[in-house]
Design a protein around this ligand. Structure first.
Ligand code: 13P
Length: 246
């Protein structure tokens, strides 16, 4: 169960969040819990969750180790700050704040894995693609160009998040059936490339307007291994309800 904070919260607000959230999650071992705060909050988040079952990750990396890349951070820098996870290819990076391509996603995922970070690779179709019935086509292409180039060893460390762009921040959650259908397709692509064991073990998260009141319906689907939550992860009480609900 992962919380993507996007561009919300200062370091002080991060500390306040974990003062409340960490005791609520104490001893919870039924799933992994990870948060993805803005990069500037990571040291605060790592310090606040040390010795707990809560992991911290970055929202993005650049694939080089270092260099003249203004505004970017490397996988090694995240590791040095205590992060263990990273989001790769979030739709807001693909379509809003940058124009990340599937080729970029592959390079970033490889860089994350080389540094020892666990990547959550985000895929999903836009509204026009959804309306045009192109969801499967988009997912197949994103998998082929963004993920299939990994080695079998690398793929074992990867989590995939299916986040239909039309469901993000809109309150229009995908139905459990739509989400499960997309997950099934992703798993089939994984099976073709990496074999059935790898496909069965692959964790696929759903993201897009996940809330305390729809988590149970979604998680009833066997295909869903967890969720990547935006807005509802900003409030400790709401996110713990989602964790417990799942
Ligand atoms: P919302 O939960 O706010 O729709 O955001 C989903 C998301 O983009 C998580 O990465």
């Amino acid at each position: 169960m992962a919380g993507n904070w996007k561009m919300y919260k200062t370091p002080q607000e991060t500390a306040t969040f974990f003062e409340r959230f960490t005791p609520l999650a104490q001893g919870w071992e039924k799933c992994d819990i990870a948060f993805f705060p803005p990069a500037i909050d990571i040291p605060e988040a790592v310090a606040a969750t040390r010795g707990t079952n809560i992991g911290i990750g970055g929202q993005n990396i650049y694939w080089s180790k270092e260099g003249a890349f203004t505004g970017e951070i490397s996988a090694d820098m995240l590791v040095a700050a205590g992060a263990t996870w990273v989001l790769i290819g979030h739709s807001e990076r693909r379509h809003v704040v940058a124009s990340e391509t599937d080729a970029d996603v592959l390079k970033k995922t490889q860089a994350a894995l080389s540094a020892g970070l666990k990547p959550i690779v985000c895929v999903g179709e836009k509204l026009d693609e959804h309306k045009a019935g192109k969801t499967n086509e988009v997912l197949v292409k994103q998998f082929a160009a963004g993920v299939a180039g990994l080695t079998e060893e690398q793929f074992k460390e990867v989590v995939i998040a299916y986040e239909p762009v039309w469901a993000i921040g809109t309150g229009q959650t995908a139905t459990p059936e739509i989400a499960a259908g997309a997950h099934r397709l992703i798993r089939q692509e994984a099976e073709k490339r990496f074999g059935s064991d790898a496909a069965q073990q692959l964790r696929i998260l759903y993201g897009g307007s996940v809330k305390p009141d729809n988590i149970q319906g979604l998680m009833k689907e066997d295909q869903l291994d967890g969720t990547l939550v935006g807005g509802a992860s900003l409030d400790p009480d709401s996110f713990i309800k989602i964790v417990h609900g799942a």
